[in-house]
Ligand binder design. Structure first.
Ligand code: UDP
Length: 237
């Protein structure tokens, strides 16, 4: 499938529905990977060759942020729309519930993945949650074995970016489940963090809502103007 290059990271040009169908087709027991980089991660990948390769080698790459979509328009190779990781994750698990596929939740502080599992089971009674594990572990082996023995078809890896992308890549040969790197999604599924009201999302201002709620993010968010300036002045790469 053709990808659109944004500062060296290739994005699939799909809307949410198309991305979900494609994601579902990647559930084949061979450890495929889905990443949802925002402008901060694309900007970080400019000076981090390993991260850039990991993103580009993923089986599906969708833009989780209005910054990346805006950049694609500036570069005159427009992406259809933002595909928020959490929306892709939730739409995929809805489809998994219909198709009898099972899910493993990895990440966030101890207890949060279990809380998220309980909320998701309530919302989607047919969803099979095969297991959970928190995101603050020292050794990978126990976690890999938990995912494998659960027999999960899909694993949401929620360790924050770019840690989760590097983790998925490092362990891809050992984990047969389709892995999606979904940042802080478990905190939202658990009900501990609220997404922005719909009007903010519609206006492309979810980042602003998040900044007001979590002002410590200002440092990370400064990557957005730097990213856009780089797109404008250095365009192709
Ligand atoms: N996290 C984790 N292990 C770590 C570091 C972070 O499980 O070693 C979790 C953290 O508890 C939070 C998520 O990763 O649930 C990161 O959330 P954030 O909203 O910062 O994600 P991003 O902005 O990277 O999507």
């Amino acid at each position: 499938m053709e990808r659109i290059d944004i500062l060296g990271v290739g994005f699939n040009n799909l809307n949410l529905e198309e991305a979900v169908d494609f994601a579902y087709s990647l559930i084949d027991g061979t450890g495929k990977r889905i990443v949802t980089p925002n402008s901060e991660i694309v900007y970080a990948a400019r000076s981090d060759a390993a991260l850039k390769s990991v993103l580009n080698e993923s089986d599906l790459v969708v833009p989780d942020g209005v910054g990346v979509v805006l950049a694609s328009k500036i570069l005159r190779r427009p992406l259809k729309c933002k595909v928020a990781g959490i929306e892709l994750g939730e739409a995929l698990l809805r489809k998994m519930a219909e198709g009898g596929k099972s899910l493993f939740l990895l990440g966030a502080k101890p207890g949060v993945a279990e809380q998220a599992a309980a909320k998701l089971r309530e919302k989607y009674p047919n969803l099979i949650i095969a297991g959970t594990h928190d995101g603050y572990f020292k050794e990978d082996a126990g976690v890999i074995s938990a995912i494998k023995t659960s027999g999960a078809d899909v694993c949401f890896v929620c360790l924050g970016a770019p840690k989760q992308e590097m983790w998925m890549s490092k362990n891809r040969e050992e984990i047969p489940a389709l892995m999606l790197g979904l940042g802080g999604s478990l905190d939202v599924f658990a009900g501990n963090v609220l997404r922005a009201p719909k009007i903010f999302i519609k206006l492309g201002l979810e980042w602003f809502y998040r900044l007001c709620k979590e002002p410590w993010r200002i440092g990370r968010m400064m990557a957005l103007p730097k990213f856009l300036l780089t797109v404008i002045f250095k365009g192709k790469r």
